[in-house]
Design a protein around this ligand. Structure first.
Ligand SMILES: [Zn+2]
Length: 219
């Protein structure tokens, strides 16, 4: 049996009493498995598998199945949603959905696990939801091999100017002279500079909202 710290990404009801669950492990990347009887018995899976729930996952890999058998989810605790639970809930849900979208099974996702843990801590501490999510999406996409860029045109490397377009496929801005085939949004040079300067401690909610709109489309 294997064991790892893990954060629940999603749970789907299966049959009369089971959950099919997806988690991100500190080791082993994304783990998909079946938690038998989890909807009837609260013994082994007391806290459930709501998105963002963190605990110690025990599971067995099944050689002839895509799904592992989930044996337990010890010390599991649902995410603390901070002073604005509705906004906190929304941020946690978008974050775990994006994590699910960029993750595969059997990979080293330790860095991604740390990012998601940090996001949950920021939400619990009452950080600005938009800023937290903007920071998280940029870091997640950078970790997944994209490097979100907002300072210069991804094609010609010149400053983006005032009529830049966001290229969702490349997660970067394209200047007006090199406008790509798949632009989804216009971004001013001023807001692009503010996006490039975002950190988790930033208070620039407008820049953060724009980032979430742009990067959410890229996930
Ligand atoms: Zn260009």
């Amino acid at each position: 049996m294997a064991e790892t710290e893990a954060i629940a990404l999603r749970a789907t009801a299966y049959g009369e009493s089971d959950w099919i669950v997806t988690l991100l492990g500190a080791h082993g990347g994304k783990i998909r498995g079946i938690a038998r009887g989890a909807r009837k018995s609260r013994k082994r899976f007391g806290a459930g598998f709501d998105p963002g729930t963190r605990g110690t996952l025990s599971f067995r890999v099944q050689p002839r199945s895509e799904l592992a058998t989930i044996e337990g989810f010890g010390n599991a605790r649902p995410p603390a949603l901070g002073p604005d639970p509705v906004a906190g809930f929304a941020v946690v849900n978008v974050a775990v959905e994006c994590c699910d979208a960029v993750s595969v099974e059997d990979e080293d996702a330790a860095r991604r696990f740390t990012l998601l843990s940090e996001l949950l801590a920021h939400v619990a501490d009452g950080a600005s939801p938009a800023v937290t999510l903007a920071w998280f999406l940029a870091a997640l996409l950078a970790d997944a091999g994209f490097a979100p860029r907002f300072d210069r045109c991804v094609r010609c490397e010149r400053p983006v100017g005032n009529r830049a377009r966001f290229d969702a496929a490349r997660v970067a801005l394209v200047c007006a002279s090199c406008t790509g085939e798949a632009p989804v949004a216009s971004v001013s040079a001023e807001i692009a500079a503010r996006i490039a300067a975002l950190t988790p401690a930033s208070r620039d909610v407008e820049a953060a909202r724009t980032t979430v709109d742009l990067l959410g489309a890229a996930c």
